[in-house]
Design a protein around this ligand. Structure first.
Ligand SMILES: Nc1ncnc2c1ncn2[C@@H]1O[C@H](COP(=O)(O)OP(=O)(O)O)[C@@H](O)[C@H]1O
Ligand SMILES: CC(=O)OP(=O)(O)O
Ligand SMILES: [Mg+2]
Length: 424
């Protein structure tokens, strides 16, 4: 039997998202999420084939478990049990591999890799650069390996797509010896999303990725922008860690680094407290108490001043990055909005491009505001007017599909039993 299925595991700091895919047609066989890992009441939500994971109302067949999952290992073992209950456990011969999202791959990993002991050691060595993410990613891989030692495990890194950045974009202007000794440079994240969305945008324009320049705006809870020239990343807004750049749900994005010294020296905060402030109590939530863009827009519409200022700061930062990457690229074929906010918030898209007509950038209000519902909501679409100099696009991201495709391509190369044509 040909093994043509891939399980994708995306371990976040306190959650695990997963999806089982059939690579011959890219279909979803199961998916789910384990949330609040490490808390008393963790929750596992499992959606077998047919139950639509993105729509809670259609959860007829979904299964829920509320119990304590002490760590990512316990969570993944519970996921394996749910999959086994569907007749598709980790020992299923139809399973070709597990693809794991790993947030930080440093400069070591310029593509997906088959996990062995040396890969695990390297992911561990990179923990100081991604203390919230890499430990969870590592536990996920180690647990999956223990559950089925024969099954290939593939690591797909958030940083890979950005390894093509030129040195002048990747380096900070600080003492070279210090930077080199401590690996201080800009790595960039959300790479699988930027890769997927820039490619899909080229397809939407009916052109080859090598022919187009795209600014990708990944606006989820974490948010980042990237400048993609001819299919290769030339700049991105996240840096050493996922803190730099845009205003995010709970992260500040760019601040003067002296803010940190000030808070340590004058406010008496410890480095860990400042870290927590900038990563978890800043961004939209720090400015107005909410990090969900739907709630913020509702408050803006009711005349709430704190929400209006938070929205304006978010948009101002976004606009600055659009301008910067326009200048970096010189010629721009498309601006692509993606992730939770980018795909769903028409006010964010129109405000971010307001006043940029001189750069050939604007939205068509009717197209921008047309609600995307049903299966077509996941289809990329153009929201700029016909004949616009730069296309503005809404391109739903699919990090899980991208990870699955990279995983399957890699194991197909190494395992002649798998069909290399499938899933592409
Ligand atoms: N209909 C919507 N309108 C505006 N914003 C939305 C909508 N749906 C989701 N969002 C925003 O998307 C965010 C989540 O984005 P997502 O890409 O799923 O984030 P992540 O993967 O980083 O958790 C929410 O916090 C919310 O701000
Ligand atoms: C790297 C990163 O910021 O990821 P997320 O948006 O999933 O938090
Ligand atoms: Mg995300």
């Amino acid at each position: 039997m040909t093994a043509s299925r891939v399980l994708v595991v995306n371990s976040g700091s306190s959650s695990v998202k997963y999806r089982l895919l059939e690579m011959t047609d890219g279909s979803r066989l199961a998916s789910g999420i384990v949330e609040r890992i490490g808390e008393r009441q963790s929750r596992l939500l499992h959606f077998p084939a047919g139950a639509e994971s993105s729509d809670p109302a259609s959860g007829g067949e979904r299964r829920e478990r509320v119990e304590e999952f002490a760590d990512h290992g316990a969570a993944l073992r519970a996921v394996a049990e749910e999959l086994a209950a569907d007749g598709a456990g980790l020992d299923d011969p139809r399973l070709a591999a597990i693809g794991h999202r790993v947030v930080h791959g440093g400069r070591t990993f310029t593509g997906p890799v088959l996990v062995d002991d040396s890969v695990l050691r390297e992911i561990e060595r990179l923990i100081p650069l991604a203390p919230l993410h890499n430990p969870a990613n590592l536990t996920g891989i180690v647990t999956a390996r223990a559950l089925n030692p024969e099954l290939p495990q593939v690591a797909v890194f958030d940083t890979t797509f950005h390894t093509t950045m030129p040195e002048y974009a990747a380096r900070y202007a600080i003492d070279t010896a210090t930077a080199d000794e401590h690996r201080v440079r800009r790595y960039g994240f959300h790479g699988t999303s930027h890769a997927y969305v820039s490619r899909r945008t080229a397809e939407l324009l009916g052109r080859d990725p090598s022919e187009v320049n795209v600014i990708v705006l990944h606006l989820g809870n974490g948010a980042s922008a990237s400048a993609v020239r001819a299919g290769r990343c030339v700049d991105t807004s996240m840096g050493l860690t996922p803190l730099e750049g845009l205003v995010m749900g709970t992260r500040s994005g760019d601040v003067d680094p002296a803010v940190v010294f000030h808070l340590v020296r004058v406010a008496g905060m410890s480095p860990d407290e400042v870290d927590e402030l900038l990563n978890k109590r800043s961004g939209l939530v720090g400015l107005c108490g909410d990090n969900d863009m739907r709630e913020i827009r509702r408050r803006v519409d009711e005349g709430d001043e704190a929400a209006a200022l938070a929205f304006d700061i978010y948009i101002h930062r976004l606009k600055k990055y659009i301008g910067a990457y326009y200048a970096v690229l010189g010629t721009v074929d498309a601006v692509a909005f993606t992730a939770g906010v980018g795909e769903n918030s028409a006010p964010v898209r129109s405000a971010a491009l307001e006043g940029l007509e001189g750069l050939g950038l604007c939205v068509d209000d009717g197209r921008n505001e047309a609600p995307a519902t049903g299966p077509s909501a996941k289809e990329p679409r153009i929201v700029s007017p016909d004949g616009a100099r730069v296309a503005v696009a809404v391109v739903p991201t699919d990090e899980e599909l991208e990870i699955a495709q990279q995983t399957y391509a890699l194991v197909s190369e190494t395992d002649p039993a798998a069909d290399p044509a499938a899933g592409r």
